[in-house]
Design a protein around this ligand. Structure first.
Ligand SMILES: [Cu+2]
Length: 267
């Protein structure tokens, strides 16, 4: 085998092969904010494990303590024991669910839904995504910085972003509901016909990662697998320049289907 096909085969293998997983099976987190999601999952796992251990211990204690052949006796407890149980349940609800609720709200406000800060950040990358049966088409504004103009860069199942800058996406669909999912970035957003949804994330590690459709969208749903490539800022600028030159050559004013871009929405 000559070097070129070998190189192509190995880079394909890098895309199609499973990524190295961390700990007990979560996809490797390569984003700036994914650890907030992971810490909620870890907290939930620890809390449920602790509650399970306490309940199991009480059950075992009861089985051993009351073993033997005795007549059953029924009790509704004392006022004190009832308050103890009610207080325990309330404490678990306040501590466990309260922590999960407040952390979720804060994480969304500060990171996952903080689109204003993401768009205002220096070097922020804006991308429009059009989902359809069965692929993802992405649009970059091109050198003029505006969407829906002849210099837009358009790609299919291939989205490239730099490290160290937030990416903000606006997504829609032309047919059914799809769901844009980046497991390695802990983000997911439905793409709904007639609606523009938003998504933001930031890549921390260069590499190629899976784009999956998380909504069963028809018989070829499984084909909606794209590649998100995270590049170093230098490689990203290089790619953008080449892609802009290609887009200029490929632009066809008569191809109405290709002109699905919209003016960037201000929410
Ligand atoms: Cu889909």
């Amino acid at each position: 085998m000559s070097a070129l096909p070998l190189l192509a085969a190995s880079s394909l293998a890098a895309v199609s092969g499973p990524l190295r997983e961390a700990s007990y099976g979560l996809p490797r987190d390569v984003s700036a904010d994914g650890h907030h999601i992971d810490s909620l999952l870890h907290f939930t796992l620890a809390a449920t494990a602790l509650i399970f251990a306490v309940v199991l211990a009480a059950l075992l204690w009861a089985v051993i303590r009351h073993r033997g052949d005795r007549p059953a006796s029924y009790t509704h407890g004392t006022a004190g024991s009832r308050w103890l149980v009610a207080g325990g349940v309330a404490a678990i609800a306040v501590v466990v669910d309260g922590y999960l609720f407040s952390s979720t709200v804060l994480d969304l406000r500060r990171h996952f839904w903080n689109f204003e800060a993401a768009e205002a950040a220096p070097g922020a990358v804006l991308i429009e995504v059009n989902a359809h049966q069965w692929s993802w088409t992405a649009r970059y504004p091109g050198p003029d910085g505006r969407f829906g103009t002849p210099d837009d860069i358009v790609t299919t199942d291939d989205i490239r972003v730099p490290t160290g800058a937030p990416v903000v996406m606006q997504l829609t669909s032309t047919d059914v509901i799809h769901s844009f999912y980046l497991p390695n970035f802990r983000v997911k957003q439905d793409a709904v016909p007639g609606n523009v949804g938003r998504l933001t994330f930031q890549g921390r590690e260069a590499g190629q990662y899976e784009i999956a459709c998380a909504q069963h969208c028809g018989p070829n749903h499984y084909k909606m697998r794209g590649v998100l490539t995270v590049l170093s800022p230098e490689a990203w600028r290089e790619w953008l320049e080449t892609a802009a030159a290609d887009a200029k050559r490929a632009y066809d004013p008569d191809d109405a289907d290709a002109h699905w871009g919209w003016e960037w929405r201000r929410f």
